[in-house]
Structures are given as C-alpha cells and as structure tokens.
Design a protein around this ligand. Structure first.
Ligand code: SAH
Ligand code: SF4
Ligand code: F3S
Length: 473
C-alpha cells in the first residue's frame, strides 16, 4: 500500500545539511569562550523516541562545539526534550523550565531551547512564548535538524524563534552521540496515523513515514560494528513499518537485520494490534536474534471502550493474536499498556479489562489513568470519570497484575539466561544489572569490566520488579 500523505524524500535529498551552521556556531563560540568551555545539558522526558531524538540533539551539540555537562548550572546551552502524553508529563517539564529562570538570571549568555512533543502543539508553544521569556526558541519534533540554525540565531542575538514544521519528513545523517554503545535505539519509522481518540501523538509527531530499508540496514551494520549488543527498533507503531513502500515490512526488515554478522539481539517497540501480522510472529519464532518479547498494548478489555478509543480491533481479535503468538513462541514474554477510567468506562467495562489481564497473563503492564489531552476527541466526551473512581480502579488493576507478574517471573527460577551486562546496580556496587529476553532487570554479582558483555546467569530468585542470580562459569 502506498501512503500518499507526504513526500518521501530520497536518500540523496533528505540528508542533513546543517553542518555549515554547526561550523558557524563553533566559530562564534571559540570567540565567546576564550577561557572556559561551552557546555550543553539535555533534559529528556517521555518515550524511547525522545531518548533517540536526544541522542541526535547531543550529536548536534557536539558538532556545534559544545561539551556535555551533568550539571545544569554550568551549561551555556540547555535543551529540554519534552513529552505531552499526559498532563503530568507536561507539568513536570513546565516546572523544570520554570526553574531555569534563576539559572538564566545568573548566566545571561545561557541559551535555552525547548523541543519535543509539548511545543509541537501551538497552544503550548504560545504559552512558553508568553510565560517564559528566557526561552530562546522552541522546535517541534520534525525540526531537530534545525537546532544548529536556531542556536546560531540566538547566539547572534536575533529574535526568539518558535518553529512548526509544515510537513514532517525524515532527515538522514544527523550526527548522533549515543548514550550507551552496546544498547542502541534504531528509529525505523516516525509518526502515527491511528488517531486513537485519547492520544496526542499523531498531532505532535505527524503522519507515519518509514525510513528506507537501506538507510536502516546501513545504520544497523554501523551499530553492530561499534559494539551494539542489544538493538531496539523504534517507531510509534513499528509494525506498520514499510507501508510507504511496496516490498518491505517490519518482519522482512528484521530478518534482514538478523543477517548482519555479530552477537547481538533485536527488539522492537511498540506495536499496534491491528498490524501484528503472522509474518512478524513467524519471524520472532524463527530468528534467534529476535528477542521473544512482544509489547502489544491493548488499552482496554472492553469492546465498547475499544470502539470509543478508536482502536480498530475487538477483544476477540486481540486474544486471537495472543493465542497465535503463544503457540508460535511458547516462552514469549508479553507486555501491554492499559488505560483506566477512559470516559464512559463502567465498572463492567473495567472488569472486562481485569478478566483480560487474567486471560493473557502479561509479564508486565504499563498502566495509566486517562488524562484528557486538548484537541483530542476523547477530551470532549461528556462522561469523564471521577478521580476517586479512577484511583480505585487503578489500584485494583495494579494489585491484580502484581500477582500475575509474580507468577510469570517465578518461571525463570532455576533457568540459566543469557544476560547482557549493562551497569552497576544502584543499591549495591558489587552487583551488576542486565537484561535477558524477559522485560525484567536481572541482578547478579560481578564487576564493571563485564559491562557490554553477554554472561550466563542462573536465576535463583524472582521478585516483583527483578530477577537475581549467579554467573555460571
Ligand atoms: N504508539 C504506542 C503508544 C504510545 S503512548 C502504541 O500505540 O502502543 C504510550 C501509552 O500511553 C499508550 O499506549 C497509552 O496507554 C498511554 N496514553 C496515551 N495517551 C494517553 C492519555 N491521554 N491518557 C492516559 N494514557 C495515555
Ligand atoms: Fe497514540 Fe494510538 Fe498512535 Fe499509539 S497508535 S501513538 S496510542 S494514536
Ligand atoms: Fe511523549 Fe511524545 Fe513519546 S508525547 S510518549 S515523547 S511521542
């Protein structure tokens, strides 16, 4: 199926062209910072898409001649990459941006830029413009490649800028500074066409567009050469990848990536049930490098609510996919997102969600109380749910899922899992933390020299939030 909603630029004409501006910024900075170094600080909120975008922002900062600082007060350039998925996410970002007023007062040459999903809504950008005069510029999610020219404008003392992309495209070749070389994000598509009635994402990330397979494969090869051991393919709706082209889809893309030589594994986030194809399930069953974990958000177990959410599937259809998945990949870990207290949700609808949890037996869920988003259809629905009812349902949902998660985690005790050692445990420096096929972290005794390596860990104990074990020699 060809998607004609946008123009897909070719690999040649969509290359990043901001290197000239980066060099100009660098030149200006070398004059302004004779004694001290220009430092950047990036604050990131939201999902993995934003994490990946922040790696691009970091790459651009380095290309402009800034060095990273972990201390916001030392920065000469602060970029805030915001999220707008729920009210709480926006409030958190706004509060941090509010505090920056004091940092700016002490450091008048500080440049503050706000990007991501929040200022991709005009009313939010307008508010930032009026209420936060120390913010030099805002940029929407389609304008990351323009950051060097925005910084240049601010350094030259130009007018404050508030960028809205007329159409969201794809820019290849933006410099990237990865946070963790062995755990890589790889964006394969951007945007969303689904317009679930509660969700702001299609309005702030534009329509679906897929990167060309050759560009993705080139990047995947480079990541593996640079030591990536765990690659997550990213997209708002990653299993609709390739609809812009005639001859590819997420399953064939993943099979191609699996052919790259190297000891690495492949994940994907996140999937919409309407596009969870048999081909994708078969790829997971057959390809050793694909992690047997499927994040397949259901949102609600009630057909009535699914329809009001505009999710385009029924409970029965969803369960059908889960059954196929469990049959093809017997030890699969399944996770989901759930929204409680969607407008009009009755106690009966909610108990349908509870019964779905029992039926599927998710390894883990991410659950959210519905949050009205300005401009979405659900925000205008009349029967919004009382906060106390929402809190009560939320607590009951968590409590049920805890017992299911406990049971699911316990199945690993006694087994040996191949774990990618990621970092020191936060509570005990002698312990390391890593991940296997299960979405839960795994703790084991080890030292930091193991970081980035696969180790075999025999699981001895399971808790609600993690597994623990010992390295097998
Ligand atoms: N594209 C992904 C979801 C991205 S948003 C997908 O469809 O799977 C992540 C999750 O946030 C959603 O799955 C949903 O559960 C939740 N969410 C989105 N909008 C919300 C809202 N207005 N209120 C509460 N939760 C919301
Ligand atoms: Fe939002 Fe639905 Fe798109 Fe996911 S599929 S990003 S929930 S509109
Ligand atoms: Fe948030 Fe935007 Fe991701 S709204 S969840 S950062 S796509």
């Amino acid at each position: 199926m060809i998607n004609n909603n946008f123009n897909i630029p070719s690999s040649e004409d969509n290359l990043f062209t901001g290197i000239k501006e980066c060099a100009e910024v660098k030149k200006l900075l070398s004059g302004m910072f004779a004694e001290d170094e220009p430092l950047y600080y990036i604050e990131t909120f939201g999902c993995q898409q934003n994490e990946a975008d922040s790696e691009r922002l970091a790459g651009l900062c380095c290309a402009m001649g800034y060095k990273e600082t972990a201390n916001i007060k030392d920065a000469s350039l602060i970029l805030v990459n915001t999220c707008a998925i729920r009210e709480h996410a926006e409030k958190k970002a706004l509060s941090i941006i509010g505090e920056m007023k004091h940092i700016k007062e002490k450091n008048p040459r500080l440049i503050i830029g706000v990007g991501g999903c929040m200022p991709s809504q005009r009313h939010r950008a307008e508010k930032l413009k009026m209420s936060n005069p120390y913010v030099s510029f805002t940029f929407d999610t389609g304008a990351i490649h323009l950051v060097p020219s925005l910084v240049l404008g601010a350094l030259k003392g130009g007018k404050r800028q508030f960028v809205f992309s007329e159409s969201f495209g794809i820019t290849e070749g933006i410099p990237t500074k990865v946070k963790n070389p062995y755990k890589a994000w790889l964006s394969v598509m951007y945007g969303c066409n689904n317009f679930c009635s509660y969700c702001i994402v299609p309005y702030v990330r534009g329509r679906e567009r897929s990167r060309r397979p050759e560009d993705i494969l080139r990047e995947a090869r480079m990541l593996v050469e640079n030591g990536a051991k765990d690659i997550t393919l990213l997209g708002q709706n990653v299993n609709s990848y390739g609809k812009d082209f005639d001859n590819t889809n997420i399953a064939s893309l993943m099979r191609e990536i699996c052919k790259i030589n190297g000891d690495f594994r492949l994940r994907f986030m996140t999937s919409h049930p309407k596009d969870a194809s048999d081909e994708l399930i078969a790829a997971m069953a057959e390809e050793e490098k694909i992690v047997p974990h499927f994040h397949l958000p259901v949102q609600s177990g009630s057909d009535r609510i699914l329809e009001r959410m505009n999710r385009k599937y029924t409970r029965e259809k969803y369960i059908g996919i889960i059954e196929k998945l469990k049959k093809a990949v017997p030890d699969v870990s399944i996770t989901s997102d759930i929204i409680v207290a969607f407008p009009g949700e009755t106690e009966e609808d909610f108990s349908d969600t509870l019964s779905l949890l029992r039926e599927v037996e998710y390894d883990m869920i991410f659950s959210f109380i519905y949050s009205p988003r300005e401009g979405t259809p659900a925000a205008k629905m009349p029967d919004q749910i009382d906060r106390a009812v929402a809190n009560d349902r939320y607590a009951r949902l968590l409590s049920l899922q805890d017992t299911i998660t406990d049971k699911r985690n316990a199945r690993f005790v006694g087994r040996t899992l191949k774990v990618l050692c990621e970092e020191e445990s936060k509570n005990d420096p002698q312990m390391m933390t890593g991940r296997a096929d299960t979405p839960r972290p795994i703790h084991f005794k080890g030292d930091p020299s193991l970081k980035g390596q696969f180790v075999n860990v025999k699981i001895t104990k399971s808790d609600l939030f993690c597994l623990s074990g010992e390295i097998e020699k």
